[in-house]
Design a protein around this ligand. Structure first.
Ligand SMILES: [Zn+2]
Length: 115
């Protein structure tokens, strides 16, 4: 550490990716250390730092087992359940609303069959 190459934000060289970017490709760092870092200057605070990993050293994410799929499905179902009406909204409850859309914006005209 300390001798890492530092790149400007948006100027990361090819072949490097953040953990999030690796994840989007089904990859994980796979035991390699941080290979480089990105810094984005911010006003009055220290720079925002993102750590980069080498894509050629990355490994595939461990395959999902049925138990892991089940746990994921359960977690996703919990995120779709509206805490106000307890129904599965069919989408992840927006954190900005905290409830499903019909609970957040009740239809003043009633919703009896109208579209
Ligand atoms: Zn609701």
């Amino acid at each position: 550490m300390g001798a890492l190459p530092v790149f400007r934000w948006h100027l990361a060289p090819d072949g490097y990716a953040t953990r999030r970017q690796l994840r989007a490709q089904g990859l994980r760092p796979g035991g390699q250390g941080v290979a480089a870092q990105l810094e984005r200057p911010r006003r009055r605070r220290g720079p925002l730092v993102a750590y980069l990993y080498r894509i050629d050293c990355a490994k595939p994410v461990r395959p999902m087992t049925p138990a892991r799929w089940a746990a994921l499905a359960k977690a996703n179902a919990a995120r779709r359940r509206c805490p106000a009406c307890r129904r599965d909204a069919g989408y992840v409850i927006p954190t900005s609303l905290g409830t499903c859309v019909p609970c957040a914006y009740p239809d003043p005209y009633g919703s009896e069959g109208s579209t």
